[in-house]
Design a protein around this ligand. Structure first.
Ligand SMILES: [Zn+2]
Length: 128
């Protein structure tokens, strides 16, 4: 009985550090499994071709980099996960077939999955 198999300390990976990790995520680049997740904090709206409404032309990341709507869609096509952050919460950005404005056929468009927060809705982010 006894021996080395007994009483081994927990390896660092065994410790539930989700609280620590979450605190760290809210600063600096956010990574999951070592991959940097682009986080969008602002959007840039542009005049639509019909002149009657404005829709998202691109986004600005937490680092302040502007990325066009087409480039975000292409990055997501390539497998990247993009997130929208507002009001302290994040939600995944999705590709939408078209701008939600009736009769607007601008595509691809970007949207966010509905969740409990409206603050992180892509359409509600501050402009950049
Ligand atoms: Zn539109």
């Amino acid at each position: 009985m006894g021996g080395l198999a007994h009483g081994f300390p927990h390896a660092p990976g065994d410790i539930d550090d989700s609280v620590v990790r979450r605190a760290r995520e809210l600063r600096g680049p956010w990574t999951r499994c070592g991959v940097v997740m682009p986080v969008v904090t602002r959007v840039r709206k542009v005049q639509a071709p019909d002149g009657k409404h404005q829709h998202i032309g691109g986004v600005c990341t937490a680092e302040g980099t502007y990325v066009s709507r087409q480039d975000v869609a292409a990055a997501m096509d390539a497998g990247e996960a993009w997130w929208s952050e507002g009001g302290g919460t994040r939600v995944r950005i999705r590709k939408a077939p078209y701008c939600p404005y009736p009769e607007c056929v601008t595509f691809p468009y970007l949207t966010t999955a509905p969740d409990h927060s409206r603050a992180n809705n892509l359409e509600n982010l501050p402009w950049c």
